[in-house]
Design a protein around this ligand. Sequence first.
Ligand code: 6PG
Length: 233
Amino acid sequence: MKTKNNFKENIIKKEEFDSFSAGIVYNILKTLSENKNKISIALSGGSTPFPILGLLKAYKLNWEYFNFFMVDERNVPSSNPSSNYGNIEKVFFRDISSRNYSMINEKYSIDNCAIDYENLLRSKIPLSENNLPVFDLIILGMGNDGHTASLFPNTKGLHESEKVVIKNRVPQLNTDRITLTYPVILNASKIIILAKGGIKKRVLNEIKIGTGNQYPVAKIINSNVDTTCILGI
Ligand code: 6PG
């Protein structure tokens, strides 16, 4: 269903959500790989994407054309069970011939990991005229509080207007996260938002009727970036 700006929403029965989402992502990656052989994709963690990526890897693609990056990460080594990179490595990266890049380098502080990752993105991904990396596709999740990436409500990271990758202090979780920022997320060619459940449906509905602008994901939905939300209920 097409709504305002460049935002489309697909509402899918929960039992079909993973396979439908994997098919949508496959079609985007297939089209990209028919037009170029250096493709930059950013993946979110959480839990929603993992079964979808587990299905996606079975599709036939020129996986060597793809560079996969992280949207955000917890302040833990990839061996930790809550590591987004570690979890995606297990279900996806280890089974495809793409290059992939973790945000965390255990030798560095999280501040230096953010600086290092920004330099990596700037070296691996074409920059647009506003000197920001242009991801071909960013796959986002969203929390029940309307956060996306690790841009949580009432956190400093929401106000970052220059940097591409930052450390974001998340008091409500009593932790530091490393995350892409709005400037680079909103510079992507295409965004997919994966969301499941009634609470996220309510958040999305508030945003669509204009009463949900306080949710961090609203800035994405209300942008002009080609954005598709796949909602499983
Ligand atoms: C993370 C994610 C985060 C995630 C949402 C939704 O590090 O947790 O990147 O932004 O997308 O929290 O998580 P679920 O998919 O588990 O609902």
